[in-house]
Design a protein around this ligand. Structure first.
Ligand code: C2E
Ligand code: CA
Ligand code: CA
Length: 640
């Protein structure tokens, strides 16, 4: 009967041990402490069993053996509670190691109880109802355990913010259960429930946050998850020693997901993990959808990575198709370049989404330059967001010259950030993609559209000889089915006739956006708006699309014009043939042409000889603010 609770506790504890050790554990300080704790409690239960035997066979067992068994039992109980205290202490102080003095102070009660375990007097109650030990040794040791339990409660209360609520709750509940049982045991010395109390507390802790299963990534074989990474990262950072974070980012993961499917992408990441393990010999964490991270302390894997040949991963799909996939590798030294968990996470976010790796081997040493670049990007993101929310945008106008009419019949509206003081001038080429990524491009586009309508109506641009204004729209706006109605409302609010508006859609946008864009375009065309294909010559120049999509004007990019005036004669001739043929083709299709980037009289003369309809470039004017544009128009109307 007396053996029952101990045997049950021991059985549960053995199962727990097996579950705990078959899985890979994190190398956290608290996890190491828990490992010691789980061993000590197991040992404690075995020792308790032995005391039960020796005390019930007290006449036949040597008294030294009986005392030794009790010493082992009582001593291991103390050590377990001591480690419980260190465990909570590690969690409360973000895994930080103790300095020598606090460590010594915290260990004094254990040392005292140890002396008592070795030299203290122990008596045995041999009754018909129960048999148990008591006396100064037992008392000291139980008081010491109580002291550590009070310490645990103190840590929980004092460092409340260091624990998540669920962790806090669980430890407190575990300790309360243990204390309640211990108190009952004190009042009923014959009950022998200490092993049961210990077992319950260990199960509590195991199930709530020392279960290795919680840290395994369930999608990718052999990889730990993001939660494990966060814990390990804070321990590494808290240690204050230098370490490296190596990021492995799969390129084109979105494309892979649509062409191969999620499962294959996970398999690819798993084989990327094997690949990286051969080099670094370290566990990887699945930190972002397309990114694995490795934490390492030794320079060896760093050098090995620098010397590896390329970032190419051979992979065979389930259907037996062999593909070569690219991955990018980033190496960050901490705390050399970044110091906090938040900064590390920002760097990982940044490098896993930007194409900033070396072309030849997909490698990036994340140094000061990258970190400064990242911080600037984050600052721009904030600035753009603020500009969209707080009227921080301006529209500039770049006049467009008609070759036939010999005057400025139109202008392109180009957005600018008002704030040039904080970060200097930022090109829309930089902040438009950021606005697209942040999901505020629709709002930005609407602001620009409304500003153009308001300005055109206020200054009656039509009377100044302006036939239409060109406004850039991004692909994201182009596929918004609400766009036609929205633009219609704004135009009627300012009494702008739709044929005064020409919307520029880039060549690449019209390739990507496809049918949805054509639908929006057709609705806007029905209202009377016109369209230009922007940046012709920079995308894939899908001629069939050009014919099928309702464009009125093709804007030839400067990259087709400028090579016609480059140094090398052969290249010049070839570039001229290409440009002239494009112009002839577009004119034959009955579309008008704007050539952008006209900077010299020489360029203008050549384009006029090719019968290009419109010219735009610094030769005539740079993009200028509203007031200057009005002055520009007034002067040119006068000069007519
Ligand atoms: P884009 O549509 O190709 O605009 C023409 C760009 O070429 C403008 O740059 C303009 O300043 C520049 N440019 C014009 N003539 C010359 C020249 O002779 N020489 C040189 N070197 N450059 C010339 P900007 O204003 O920096 O705009 C850059 C890009 O940002 C635009 O390229 C356009 O794609 C985008 N963007 C500008 N405003 C908006 C807008 O309101 N909405 C959207 N979605 N995109 C915009
Ligand atoms: Ca444009
Ligand atoms: Ca353009």
């Amino acid at each position: 009967m007396q053996y029952n609770t101990t045997i049950v506790s021991l059985a549960v504890m053995t199962t727990l041990l097996v579950f705990y050790f078959i899985r890979r554990r994190l190398a956290l300080r608290s996890t190491r402490l828990f490992t010691v704790m789980i061993f000590c409690s197991f040992f404690n239960m075995c020792a308790e069993l032995s005391t039960l035997y020796t005390i019930y066979h007290i006449d036949s067992v040597a008294s030294q053996v009986n005392r030794l068994c009790h010493q082992l039992f009582i001593g291991s109980l103390d050590i377990t509670i001591y480690f419980l205290f260190l465990y909570v202490d590690a969690k409360a102080h973000n895994q930080k190691r103790n300095h020598l003095l606090p460590f010594v102070l915290k260990t004094i009660p254990l040392a005292v109880s140890f002396i008592m375990v070795v030299f203290g007097r122990l008596a045995y109650h041999i009754g018909s109802d129960a048999r148990y030990s008591y006396g100064p040794m037992a008392m000291t040791v139980y008081s010491c355990a109580a002291l550590y339990i009070i310490g645990v409660v103190f840590l929980l209360v004092h460092h409340r913010h260091a624990f998540s609520y669920s962790v806090w709750k669980t430890i407190l509940a575990g300790v309360t259960v243990w204390a309640a049982i211990a108190l009952y045991q004190l009042l009923n010395p014959g009950a022998l429930l200490s092993s049961m109390a210990l077992m319950l507390m260990m199960v509590f802790l195991f199930l709530s946050f020392e279960n290795p299963r919680d840290f395994i990534d369930h999608d990718i074989d052999g990889v730990m998850n993001g939660a494990a990474f966060s814990l390990m990262l804070s321990e590494y950072i808290e240690s204050g020693k230098e370490f490296f974070i190596i990021t492995f980012t799969l390129s084109n993961d979105k494309l892979l997901k649509t062409s191969l499917g999620y499962k294959d992408v996970f398999c690819i990441l798993s084989s990327l993990n094997k690949n990286q393990y051969d080099i670094t010999k370290e566990d990887a964490y699945h930190v972002k959808e397309n990114t694995l991270c490795v934490l390492c302390r030794n320079n060896g894997s760093y050098t090995a990575l620098l010397n590896r040949s390329s970032g190419v991963l051979p992979y065979k799909t389930d259907n037996g198709i062999s593909v070569s996939l690219n991955y990018f590798t980033g190496i960050l030294s901490v705390p050399q370049y970044v110091q906090t968990v938040q900064e590390v996470n920002e760097v990982i976010d940044y490098v896993s989404s930007e194409g900033i790796y070396r072309q030849e081997d997909g490698l990036l040493i994340i140094d000061d330059t990258v970190v400064v670049q990242m911080k600037r990007q984050a600052a721009i993101e904030l600035l753009v967001q603020k500009a969209v929310e707080e009227d921080g945008l301006d529209v500039y106008y770049q006049p467009i010259y008609s070759v036939q009419k010999k005057r400025f019949v139109s202008a392109e509206a180009l957005v600018r950030l008002k704030d040039t003081a904080t970060l200097g001038y930022i090109s829309p080429e930089v902040f438009i993609p950021i606005a697209e990524k942040q999901g505020i491009i629709k709002k930005l586009g609407t602001i620009v559209f409304e500003k153009v309508c308001e300005f055109s109506s206020l200054h009656n641009l039509k009377e100044k000889g302006v036939e239409y204004i060109e406004i850039n729209i991004s692909a994201i706006q182009g596929v918004d089915e609400k766009l036609p109605n929205l633009f219609k409302q704004i135009m009627s609010k300012y009494n702008i006739s739709p044929d005064f508006i020409n919307l520029e859609v880039t060549e690449s946008a019209s390739t990507v956006a496809g049918e949805m864009l054509v639908k929006t375009m057709e609705q806007l065309r029905k209202l009377g708006c016109r369209f230009s294909m922007d940046d012709f010559g920079t995308g894939y120049s899908n001629l069939a699309k050009m014919v099928n999509t309702p464009f009125d004007i093709i804007k030839i990019d400067k990259s087709l014009l400028w090579p016609c005036f480059s140094g090398d004669i052969r290249r010049r001739q070839e570039a001229c043939i290409l440009l002239e043929s494009c112009i002839r083709l577009i004119l034959k299709l009955n579309m008008h042409i704007v050539t952008e980037g006209v900077e010299t009289e020489e360029q203008r003369a050549m384009l006029e000889s090719y019968e290009v309809t419109y010219l735009q470039g610094y030769l005539f004017s740079k993009p200028i603010p509203e007031s200057q544009y009005i002055t520009f128009l007034d002067e040119h109307v006068k000069n007519l």
